[in-house]
Write a protein that binds this ligand. Sequence first.
Ligand code: ATP
Ligand code: MG
Length: 424
Amino acid sequence: MTKFKTIRGMNDVTPSEVSVWQFVEASIRSIFASYAYDEIRFPIVEQTELFSRSVGESTDIVSKEMYTFEDRNGDGIALRPEGTAGCVRACLENDLLRVDSPRLWYMGPMFRYERPQKGRSRQFHQASAEVFGIDNHNVDAELMMMATNLWDVLGIKNQVNLEINSIGNSDTRKKYKNLLQEFFQSFSSELDKNSQRQLTENPLRILDSKSKKIKEILVNAPSILDQLDSESEDHFNKLKDLLTKLNINFEVNDKLVRGLDYYNKTVFEWKTKDLGAQDTVCGGGRYDDLVGQLGGKDSPAVGFSMGLERLILLVKEYSKDNVTTETELDCNFICLTDDSVSYALINAEKIREAIPTINLKVNLQVTSANSQFKRADKSGSKIALIVGEEELKDNTISIKDLAIKESQETLSLDQIINRLKKLY
Ligand code: ATP
Ligand code: MG
């Protein structure tokens, strides 16, 4: 028989690993809520064209990494490689941008056909925030503040560093692209095919190159900050001032660009030295033209996305103690005869109704009392409830504190509930 395996680059999360995911997800939810951001949900598949039009045809994401297919109708569909395009599509389709300036968040799987390695998978997870309708630097700062607070809650503040840059308006980028092409002319013999192609098709992409050689060459490349239009420059200066006032540490990296075409003005990333080549845990920026490009009324916008797999690697390595471990099994219902199982199921329902916070597991398979007690002990259960022939006959339940020998007592259901209530 063929043994089925997960698709390459797509990972299971087993119950023992789920606690760290839940810790990270719950922390993210509570931070977003405390800044009054609203959750939005949208499908994981969209029309392929939505991504090629927004992320950009010549980006790695669209040209190499997208999972695309035709559905039975022959329509071109893609698994979402990122969330911003779908979020903007959903906002336009549901008319969310007309009245208010929504501050939104979402979390979920993204898909990119990349070489799987530590911190890089083909199904991965992002948590993101997007804000529409606010063009000033204050919202850029709020997003950075929010993420900084999250690193603190996750206990990884010392593992990540914020880098910011401004890539100006389209004019800035046009001028800068020309300068870059000129600069690289004298290095053309050192460029591989891919970089050559990038340089003609989308020169800014070369700044994002992972090649060591290119990175070395880039040190002396012209700075985009020297080409900023006055509005972008003013925006960037105000942002830097405000970040300083807010005590948010940052470094200006004038070679920082992002792997997606829709950004303008502010771009930012939190990087870590602790995950090898997969060093970015969160990235974002302004995309003031995207809403218009996708057919909406022009609206300024800014957002970020963080990669949960990378955050979780950091949390596991540097912040284990913060993770609340698996929920302990508080109470174990031990059934000593076949007939007692249904009796236990019925009474367990009444107990859960009376004590909704209880964590009560009914043993549905009757094994020896000894092995059931052992299992209850091992699972961390504090209390055992026991039903055997006697209890069934007398309509009672026995209760035992597993930490105390000889503590077993036989009581009525009401008495059991009262006893348990005192313990929780
Ligand atoms: P990288 O340069 O590492 O490929 P990226 O620039 O492609 O990252 P973004 O598109 O900015 O990444 O996505 C935001 C975040 O999502 C990244 O900073 C990273 O934490 C995470 N991420 C992106 N691609 C992957 C992946 N294949 N596996 C795991 N996490 C990912
Ligand atoms: Mg990438």
